[in-house]
Structure formats: C-alpha cells, structure tokens
Design a protein around this ligand. Structure first.
Ligand SMILES: NC(=O)c1ccc[n+]([C@@H]2O[C@H](COP(=O)([O-])OP(=O)(O)OC[C@H]3O[C@@H](n4cnc5c(N)ncnc54)[C@H](OP(=O)(O)O)[C@@H]3O)[C@@H](O)[C@H]2O)c1
Length: 314
C-alpha cells in the first residue's frame, strides 16, 4: 500500500480509501447480502486500505460497518462519518441534533471515537450558519474524546466551482482538518484554487465520487461529450463519438474507469481517493489502478487541455 499524510491530522491514510455511500451504498442498492457486505469490508482491510468513509445518512451503512468490523482492532482503520446540518435545504437549529447523531454513529459502529467527523454536503449559502451554529459543538465533542478531527464535505452538484471549499479555506482555514471534494477527469476545477489552498493551509483532502457516474457508464459518457460539443465546451473534432475517452486505454491503463481513478490521485493536494464500489473485483481493479503508475504525461496534458477550463456539475 502507499500512504499520504491527511493534512494537519498527521494520519497516514492509504491512497485508496473505501466509501460506503454513493450509488452503491455498500451494496445496499446492488443486491449485496450481509455476508457479501462483510466479505467486502474484510477485503478492504486485507488489501491494506485503512480509511473508511460513511454517514448517518447512507441508509444502514454505519450499522453494516459496525457488524463487519466487529472484532477488528480499532487502531487498524480510520473511520470518518458525517452529520447533515440541514433539514431539506434549511439549516437545522438545534446543536443537540449533532450530539445525538454522533452518539448514534458511535453506537451503530460499536466504536468509542470517530476519527473524522464531518458536516455533510455544505453549500456556500449555509456555510457561515453551519460554522456559527454548530462548530462549537464539534469542539465540545472533540474535547470529550468522541471525535478526533473535524471536516466537512461539499455538495458538488450544487457547487461545481467549490465555492464553499474556497470560502472555508480562505476565511477559516484553521478550523478544518479535512475537506471532502470532487476532483476528476471531468471535474478539474478544484485544481485552480481549492486544492492549492488546501495544500497551503495543510488541510487533508478526501477525493470523492471521482469516476461517478459518467466515467462508469459508456453511453452516458458518449451523450455528455456530444452535449459538450454542441454547447461549444469542447471542439467538435476533439474526440470520437464512440468511446470518446478510449485513447486513455493503453499500456498499464486497462479501462476508462482506471484512468479516472489514476487521474483523481495525480494532484499532490489529494490525500486519498475514495472508491465507492460494492464489488470485490472492482475494488481490486481500482486498487491496482491507484497503486500503479500515473497516466502517461501526454494523456494527462490532453485531459487538462480538453476539460481543465470547464466547471460543469457532472
Ligand atoms: N457530499 C458527500 O459527502 C459525498 C458525495 C459523494 C460521495 N461521498 C463519499 O465518497 C465515496 C465515493 O463516492 P462514490 O461512491 O460516488 O464513488 P466512485 O468510486 O466515484 O463511484 C462509485 C460508482 O462507480 C462504480 N464503480 C466503481 N469501480 C468500478 C469499476 N472498476 N468499474 C465499473 N464501475 C465501477 C460503482 O459501482 P459498483 O458497486 O458496481 O462497483 C459505483 O456505482 C462515497 O461512497 C461516499 O463515502 C460523499
């Protein structure tokens, strides 16, 4: 396994980590039974992955993790979870809701402390309210030893320019140990400000959803490229209609998805790339991609030229 330092937390995190949300939610949406979920999590650990992300809101993921990790020495994995500070689109009002959520997460997972506690899906319009209303409670929970480090995740599809992340890093860099954002082949915008700022402020970056969903669904990718050509976002003759990113598959790169994960780790500001698979074979493929050599420089350059200037919510 290869490790990077998670910003100022000093934690050494595996460059590939496991996410129990996303479209697969630890197999809960792909028909995985209890035994399959347990085996998947055991394989995660056996492969040397030491960072797992979840949330109170990922259906039964916390409980499943509690079951699958029973008996596993607590110092062999780093657990991150989240609390949603909003009810629908409106910020919640009672900080006790956060306290209850942390207690619930601890109990569901059968652990004494959460390593990284995050506000879930923070958008620019509520960022300040979240900090003013709830950050103090996070600090109290930290003082009580119930959480170790404090972070937040962005809500990418509402905030593709990472405005919440940039605001947080520019105004309150000292508050945040970690930030979870989306950076990938089709989502390079974070490289402009968010990632360099995170490096400057020594904030650990958890890279989420880097291949989801266009890179994993060939027809949707083809349709998206056609749409972007139609809108003048990329030149009409830049890519073929069929298998538009097929040029990435050669040498050590066995698929567009592998290329997507490799790209997601290429930026030095990224501490770890979270993969959200429900399949052991995909987990192993993704691990091989992330531990193998980076994309060839010429391909990286082509991707930067094609998609670097875009700010699309995909
Ligand atoms: N705002 C937030 O806080 C937020 C938002 C999004 C994500 N997250 C976190 O970040 C984690 C990662 O995001 P994500 O789950 O969207 O991640 P992702 O790894 O970018 O995408 C996961 C999807 O890709 C598929 N996939 C994975 N490997 C594949 C492969 N080799 N070939 C084909 N398909 C493959 C998975 O299906 P299979 O199950 O079939 O492999 C799943 O549908 C989440 O699980 C969650 O923990 C947080």
């Amino acid at each position: 396994m290869q490790f990077r330092t998670l910003g100022r937390t000093g934690l050494k995190v595996s460059v590939i980590s496991y996410g129990s949300g996303g479209p697969s939610v630890l197999g809960q949406r792909t028909g995985l039974e209890d035994a399959g979920q347990d085996a998947l999590i055991r394989r995660v650990l056996d492969l040397g992955i030491n960072f797992i992300d979840t949330s109170e809101g990922y259906s039964r993921s916390e409980e499943i993790l509690g079951r699958a990790l029973k008996g596993v020495p607590r110092d062999t994995y780093i657990m991150a979870t989240k609390w949603n500070p909003c009810e629908k689109e409106t910020p919640k009002t009672d900080p006790q809701d956060l306290v209850r959520s942390v207690e619930q997460s601890l109990s569901r997972m059968g652990i004494d402390a959460i390593d990284v506690m995050q506000f879930h899906g923070v958008v620019p319009s509520i960022y300040r309210t979240v900090v003013d209303r709830f950050y103090g409670t996070m600090k109290q929970l930290q003082a009580q030893g119930k959480i170790r480090f404090i972070g937040f995740s962005e809500r990418f599809f509402s905030d593709p320019k990472h405005e919440a992340v940039v605001m947080a890093l520019e105004q309150d860099g000292g508050l945040w140990d970690t930030i979870m954002l989306k950076y990938g082949i089709l989502n390079q915008c974070a490289a402009r400000r968010a990632l360099p700022l995170a490096q400057e402020k020594d904030v650990g970056i958890l890279n989420m959803a880097s291949v989801r969903v266009k890179l994993t669904r060939p027809e949707e990718l083809e349709a998206l490229m056609a749409e972007w050509k139609g809108r003048g976002l990329i030149p009409r003759d830049a890519l073929p209609e069929k298998d538009p990113l097929g040029f990435l598959v050669h040498g050590e790169v066995d698929s567009v998805v592998s290329a997507g994960y490799k790209f997601a780790l290429d930026h030095p500001g990224v501490s770890t790339v979270i993969t959200g698979t429900s399949r052991v074979d995909n987990l192993e493929r993704n691990l091989a991609a992330l531990l193998g050599p980076p994309l060839p420089e010429a391909d990286q350059k082509r991707l930067h030229a094609l998609f670097g200037p875009l700010e699309e919510a995909v």
